[in-house]
Design a binder for this molecule. Structure first.
Ligand code: NAP
Length: 232
């Protein structure tokens, strides 16, 4: 049975990815701080609660989750936060560091922890964002953290030739993260928020199906690549 490990399975895209892979016959391993209520007692779903920003807790959680696992077909680094939507010139260093901790450094800690456990990885996919490249006013700490995440993945791809690495930007998805962006205070300062509200927003189930197709297709491209689903 193929095995996939997904971070951030309590809500949104990660939860739908877990459901889709379970329906495809995968053994699914997931972490997040909150447990996914809809996947409780589901066969072939293995969950442990962890804060990916806490390296010691993360290492011990992964140790117990993967006690009997020597190989993972797929790792999806999905957990992420939007951070505050605000001008970069007004963004406090603490806000930048906060987004970097979750969206970037936690993923390095996680990949290194899996390496220490000697788990062989066939494919690693980081869930990125089109804002990694677009530089939209207001998407300050989020854009910087996702751009850096793309580079983190590229750097691992240069060292770990046995694993296929990629970063994938999904569609706009109806999730708590997007709702939080839509509720930004003084949103009139950031015209993109109103534009996004008028754009096509997918359900997390539809988005997960499209991400899964992209994960399969990206293996034909060089390791380390960044793919934006909306441009393909
Ligand atoms: N929604 C969109 O339109 C959109 C567009 C482009 C990219 N993305 C990306 O898609 C990914 C999923 O986002 P989403 O929209 O599905 O957001 P979401 O519904 O808010 O889900 C985020 C997930 O990450 C987990 N998470 C956050 N911080 C964590 C931490 N410190 N430790 C462990 N888990 C943590 C959350 O679980 P807990 O809170 O229970 O820990 C939750 O399961 C993110 O990387 C996001 O940047 C989303």
């Amino acid at each position: 049975m193929p095995k996939v490990f997904i971070t951030g399975v309590s809500t949104g895209l990660g939860n739908s990815l877990a459901r889709e892979y379970l329906s495809m016959g995968y053994e699914v391993y997931g972490i997040s701080r909150r447990a996914p209520e809809n996947l409780k007692n589901v066969k072939n779903f293995h969950f442990d609660s962890a804060d990916i920003r806490e390296p010691i807790m993360l290492q011990s959680t992964l140790e117990s989750l993967f006690q009997d696992v020597g190989e993972l077909d797929l790792v999806i680094l999905n957990a992420g936060i939007s951070g505050k939507i605000q001008n970069i010139s007004e963004t406090k260093m603490s806000d930048l560091q906060d987004a970097m901790k979750t969206n970037l450094w936690a993923n390095k800690e996680l990949l290194d922890a899996l390496d220490r456990l000697r788990i062989e990885l066939k494919q690693v996919v980081a869930i990125s964002s089109s804002s990694a490249c677009s530089g939209i006013k207001g998407w300050s700490s989020y854009s910087i953290s996702k751009a850096a995440l793309n580079m983190l993945i590229k750097l691992y791809s240069a060292e770990r030739l046995e694993t296929h690495y990629s970063s994938i930007a999904p569609d706009l998805i109806d999730t708590p993260l997007l709702s939080a962006i839509f509720q930004t205070p003084n949103s009139e300062k950031f015209p993109t928020i109103e534009k996004l509200k008028k754009m096509k927003i997918l359900s997390s189930t539809e988005a997960a199906k499209r991400v899964i197709r992209a994960i399969e297709k990206v293996r034909e491209l060089p390791s380390g690549v960044f793919v934006d689903i909306r441009e393909n």
